[in-house]
Design a protein around this ligand. Structure first.
Ligand code: DGL
Length: 293
């Protein structure tokens, strides 16, 4: 009998990873849904962004980080908090790790199809995510289940990278300018017939600037992202596999649970981003560790 290579210990941490700081938007949702769980977050900041890279490169990085979280941290569950890495490599990680619960993320097309009243949904994501077979299959499945809904997508080259830079300081004008350009390319936004009334943030970096995005949208346009559904899915999966740590909830559990933050490149970016976007920051956040990988 082949023994599992992954941890089946309930006290083991959950491994979370993204190309950079974007996955913090998912980590935040995980901390809310699973406050008693220990978390290890890896930002592949030496190689961010992934969005304009080849599938082979993204797969190689995703596999290496998944292995690290499995072997060095004994992660009982892996959350790929990156749409780009999920689309390119989640199936490879699953194939390589039979039985290891792996949660992947995908643009929230299904919730958006339920939300829209005009029947027109806009999707912002990376070039790689939008070009993936996974995305094409998702879009086809949702379109066939909701034949009155159509999707318009724009590949947001450079937007995730500009958010990484924004985290380190600056006024965010580069991100705002890119956003304005990409929202303009989507077409008419608003509640009018045919207009886009629902916007999917299909990259985990974008919810970090949700407020700035909202400011550029006309009233009546709703924003949908996948952080919460992913956290809920992770919770269900832990529960069904008997790996859920405990049922304690709230700030007390959160302050007892451990959090480790690792970066393969700039520790400053992840440190600044965690201070800005991880709330509540009850106890002091751990310092970011360097990961040579
Ligand atoms: N945060 C990532 C995503 O969800 C990727 C951004 C990037 O590295 O280009 O797609």
């Amino acid at each position: 009998m082949r023994l599992p290579q992954h941890s089946i210990d309930r006290a083991a941490p959950i491994g979370v990873f993204d190309s950079g700081i974007g996955g913090l938007s998912v980590l935040q949702a995980l901390r809310a849904a699973l406050p008693g769980e220990d978390l290890v977050y890896v930002a592949d900041s030496a190689h961010t962004p992934y969005g304009e890279r080849s599938d082979a490169f993204i797969t190689q990085r995703t596999s290496a980080i998944a292995r690290h979280l499995r072997d060095a941290h004994g992660a009982k569950l892996l959350v790929i908090a990156c749409n780009t890495a999920s689309a390119a490599a989640a199936h490879v990680v699953r194939q390589d790790n039979p039985g290891w619960p792996v949660v992947a993320i995908e643009p929230a097309l299904k919730p958006a199809a339920h939300h829209t009243r005009t029947g027109h949904v806009g999707v912002l994501a990376t070039r790689s995510t939008l070009a993936s077979r996974k995305f094409a299959a998702l879009r086809a499945a949702v379109t066939s289940a909701h034949q009155d809904v159509r999707f318009s997508e724009v590949a947001c080259d450079g937007l995730a990278a500009s958010i990484e830079r924004w985290a380190q300081g600056g006024d965010g004008s580069a991100s705002r300018d890119l956003l304005a350009r990409y929202l303009g390319q989507l077409g008419e936004l608003g509640a009018a017939a045919q207009a886009i009334d629902t916007l999917v943030l299909g990259c985990t970096h974008y919810p970090l600037i949700r407020e700035q995005i909202q400011q550029q949208l006309p009233p009546g346009v709703g924003i949908v992202d996948s952080g919460l559904p992913v956290a809920r899915h992770a919770r269900r999966l832990l529960h069904s596999t008997g790996l859920l740590r405990d049922e304690t909830t709230g700030d007390e559990a959160l302050s007892q649970a451990s959090l480790r933050l690792l970066a393969t490149g700039s520790v400053q970016t992840l440190r600044a981003a965690a201070q800005r976007w991880l709330t509540p920051t009850t106890a002091a956040l751990p310092d970011v560790e360097t990961l040579a990988l």
